[in-house]
Design a binder for this molecule. Structure first.
Ligand SMILES: Nc1ncnc2c1ncn2[C@@H]1O[C@H](COP(=O)(O)OP(=O)(O)OP(=O)(O)O)[C@@H](O)[C@H]1O
Ligand SMILES: [Mg+2]
Length: 241
């Protein structure tokens, strides 16, 4: 379970997040939607410990995490798939996946890690075909899948996805959302999903938060937000699907 209370994130004089509270319950898929610059990435980076909040708290399973470094948050079950896919370009697809499980390799047998690799290959058959290919030579969509696959190697309790659809062709976006739905169906991983494609995000999410200029403007059941006139007018325009 993930909880954020009154989080404020600032870069010098620029306040990007102005006191946001949110919660992600076990097994839930929670979406955050909002315009460019509304503070979505800042919020996620702060949850993962990549940046420090000016004030407010982040709780992972009811433990205050503000002082916990990001790599320790990973071992607490939090996996962050960042906005720009940050794969290890020089390494093979397979090595990227194995490296993704770094916090598990200390305490688990390699055979367990390889079992998870096989699970990832079931979710992303393309990655199986390409397992020995240098990751930097994969297509954009394949790299995005690798980034998600690598995060899943941690068997995270909570998966944070920052715009997984970014830069992808429509057919690959469909595939991506199928994968997100399949992860949700396992009920073992909760997902905090940031997406520009508000319609698609609200369709798959259980609950959602609408961020505006660093503040939560609206929150609630995703299906209700999908028919909310304010959300429709601002985020579900003709280009939204
Ligand atoms: N490292 C930084 N230094 C200064 N300002 C920053 C920094 N990172 C983000 N900002 C500013 O903080 C605000 C929120 O940015 P953020 O990246 O969190 O928005 P976002 O909602 O993720 O936007 P997008 O949809 O474009 O990804 C923006 O005004 C941005 O310019
Ligand atoms: Mg962003």
């Amino acid at each position: 379970m993930l909880e954020v209370k009154n989080l404020v994130v600032a870069y010098g004089g620029i306040v990007a997040v102005r006191g946001v509270s949110l919660i992600v319950n076990p097994g839930e898929l929670v979406a955050i939607i909002g315009a460019n610059g509304s503070g979505k990435t800042s919020l996620l980076r702060c949850i993962s410990g990549l940046i420090t909040p000016r004030s407010g708290e982040v709780y992972i399973n009811q433990t205050l995490a503000n002082e916990i470094p990001s790599h320790k948050r990973v071992s607490m079950g939090l996996a962050h798939c960042p906005e720009a896919r940050k794969i290890f370009a020089q390494q093979s697809v397979l090595d990227n996946l194995i490296l993704g499980a770094f916090v598990r390799t200390k305490k688990e047998k390699m055979s367990k890690i390889h079992e998870t690799v096989e699970e990832i290959f079931t979710i992303f058959p393309k990655l199986k075909e390409r397992q020995l290919q240098q990751a930097g030579t994969l297509s954009g969509g394949e790299q995005q899948m690798l980034a998600i696959g690598r995060a899943l190697m941690l068997k995270p309790q909570t998966l944070i996805l920052d715009e997984p659809s970014m830069g992808l062709a429509p057919v690959i976006i469909d595939e991506m959302f199928n994968v997100i739905e399949n992860i949700k169906k396992t009920k073992t991983t909760s997902i905090l999903l940031v997406e520009q494609l508000a319609y698609r995000a609200l369709k798959v999410a259980d609950r959602a938060y609408v961020l505006e200029q660093g503040l939560v403007r609206l929150e609630g059941n995703a299906k209700e937000l999908l028919i909310n006139p304010e959300v429709k007018a601002a985020y579900l325009g003709v280009n939204a699907h």
